[in-house]
Write a protein that binds this ligand. Structure first.
Ligand SMILES: Cc1ncc(C[n+]2csc(CCOP(=O)(O)OP(=O)(O)O)c2C)c(N)n1
Ligand SMILES: [Mg+2]
Length: 569
């Protein structure tokens, strides 16, 4: 029997278990939207801007491990969605970018929205498809979904020519074949085991790619302190006595550096030693370095590896556990880790700026109030680093942050996507005031659909992450001070509850109101006067690392300029 293109695509989404399709319809895909309206399992979600559509789909994956789709019109819809697609690409979040395209059956030029979408999508997607025949539609969508999920996950683009939606096609609905899994090389495992057995104090360094492996058993076998990347925060329970810090170089607190400096080998799993995670390559990685990843392309790019193992983290860790000798329990190390964390907590629990809210009080209070299931979303800016350094997470998928593409505007739409995917979890967005200006209107979508998200606007009146660098390095701030915005009026305009949080003493009462609003199934906007007077370890470390890497002449020039400006000369 023949089916319409729209029905065929929806059937493929249903068979892939895709339940959420975020986007804005246009003339090219109204037939697809019409078919979506008839689906029992795939929900179309209307957004205010397609960048939110891709941020939401990204968050569905990160929060639930389920694939979602950004459903966009040709040209303008795709380019609006590019920010979230780029984020998903660099942060390895799976997503189906379901685009559509001009008619390919008329031969006409200068059609509406006609740009070369395959070329636009290529640098930010794992693969691009353009089925030309309706008979291919089902198989192409299923293959795109499979590729998007395959580790390392990422976005995959499919451009469906509009004419395929307008006509009917013969189609077969067979399950796609699965590629054969990668097999381990015993020699690689053997070499890794030799190096780790020979070390007295190995360090474990884990990225998100290590999730699902038996990491607690591995850490305890090696009696190794465990550092993670930012993305990997929570893959190893941070309440475990061997947990070190998210990172361990100049951009980490002194105790984390001291512990790492004492190590005589590193086992890195599912990470790439990217610029952000390493604090601008300010980590001295103890050698020998054993690097494990499913993607051999990551080895040796920034830090030379002494041994590499290509393979799925769970499989490799299982193989290592079969062979690795047990290291003796190291009470001194465990005490040092405990004391180090306590010292950080003490250092930060002091009085901050009067009349403002300390992030070091607010974030633990949020964790206590909403519990371990809470999903936090953060944005590009100071808030991400505060969240990374302050939250204590025992699972991955609980802090969703734009790390490697670092795109502002992520937190609010990501919170909505996460809340739709995980209605069982409280969801809290930590949005910088600058980032909020980009996608904050998406609260309208949350209000209209009754999505209970708590959006905390970290209101400091500045683009702080940049302003702080400018202040230290340049002695003045340029184009980084924000205009005033009446957030209470905005909350009223989009129909969400509003809470003002001006200083620490108000935290308990404010959280009670936030909890009551979420429990009633409604979103809430919290205007919070954030205290940024304590610089994060990350910011301090990156400034130092970058500065020390400059030639002497330029260091002097920088210092003279900053000091001169501070003194007003
Ligand atoms: C789309 C985009 N534009 C610009 C930047 C550069 N940038 C990185 S952090 C930052 C400051 C963010 O300010 P805000 O949202 O107020 O957060 P804060 O740092 O003040 O907490 C800027 C402008 C970016 N990362 N993404
Ligand atoms: Mg700000």
């Amino acid at each position: 029997m023949k089916e319409t293109g729209g029905r065929i695509v929806v059937r493929a989404l249903e068979d892939e278990g895709v339940q959420l399709a975020f986007g804005i319809p246009g003339t090219h895909n109204i037939e697809l939207y019409d078919a979506l309206a008839a689906s029992a399992t795939v929900r179309p979600v209307l957004v205010t801007d397609e960048q939110s559509a891709s941020f939401m789909a990204d968050a569905v994956w990160r929060a639930s491990g389920r694939l979602a789709c950004a459903n966009v019109v040709p040209g303008a819809g795709l380019t609006h969605a590019m920010s979230g697609i780029g984020e998903a690409y660099l942060d390895n979040a799976a997503m189906l970018v379901l685009g559509c395209g001009i008619r390919r059956d008329t031969g006409k030029a200068y059609q509406l929205h006609d740009v070369d979408q395959q070329t636009i999508a290529r640098p930010v997607t794992k693969a691009q498809f353009r089925p030309m025949d309706g008979q291919e539609l089902y198989a192409v969508i299923r293959e795109a979904c499979r590729l998007a999920r395959e580790t390392p996950a990422g976005p995959v683009f499919v451009e469906v020519p509009a004419n395929l939606y307008l006509t009917t096609h013969e189609c077969e609905y067979g399950a796609p074949s699965h590629p054969t899994p990668h097999t381990l090389h015993p020699a690689e495992i053997q070499r890794a085991v030799e190096l780790l057995d020979a070390s007295r104090h190995p360090l474990l360094y884990l990225g998100l790619g290590a999730a699902h492996a038996d990491l607690v058993a591995l850490a305890e076998r090696l009696e190794a302190p465990v550092a993670t990347t930012f993305q990997g925060k929570g893959v190893f329970p941070e309440s475990h006595p061997l947990a070190l810090w998210p990172g361990f170089g100049e951009a980490a607190p002194p105790f984390a550096r001291q512990v790492a400096d004492r190590c005589d080998a590193t086992l890195a799993i599912g990470c790439r030693f990217g610029e952000v995670a390493t604090g601008s390559y300010g980590m001295a990685v103890p050698r020998p370095l054993v690097h494990v990843d499913v993607d051999a392309a990551v080895f040796g790019r920034n830090y030379p590896a002494d041994a590499t193992v290509t393979g799925d983290a769970s499989v490799v860790v299982r193989a290592l556990l079969e062979r690795l000798a047990a290291h003796p329990r190291d009470e001194a190390l465990r005490a040092q880790l405990h004391e180090g964390r306590e010292a950080v907590r003490r250092e930060r629990s002091g009085a901050g700026e009067a009349g403002r809210v300390s992030p070091f009080r607010l974030l633990p209070a949020l964790q206590e109030r909403f519990g371990p299931g809470t999903i936090f979303t953060a944005d590009s800016g100071n808030g991400t680093f505060l969240a990374v350094e302050t939250l204590r997470l025992d699972e991955p998928g609980k802090l969703l942050a734009p790390v490697d593409y670092s795109c502002m505007g992520y937190a609010v739409p990501a919170a909505i996507g996460a809340a739709l995917a995980r209605p069982d979890c409280p969801v809290v967005a930590l949005a910088g005031d600058g980032a909020f200006l980009m996608t904050g209107l998406e609260l309208l979508t949350a209000a209209q659909r009754g999505v209970p998200v708590a959006v905390f606007v970290l209101n400091d009146g500045e683009l702080a992450q940049i302003a702080q660098f400018q202040d230290v390095a340049l002695g003045r701030k340029t184009a980084s001070v924000l205009p005033d915005l009446d957030l209470e009026a905005l909350a009223r305009a989009v129909g969400v509850e509003f809470v003002r949080l001006s200083h620490d003493a108000e935290i308990p009462a404010a959280l009670t109101r936030v909890a009551a609003t979420l429990a009633a199934g409604r979103p809430v906007l919290v205007d919070m006067a954030i205290d940024y007077s304590t610089r994060t370890y990350f910011t301090r470390g990156v400034v130092k690392t970058t500065f020390l890497r400059l030639p002497w002449r330029d260091r002097l020039r920088f210092v003279a300029r900053a000091v001169g400006r501070k003194l007003g000369v």
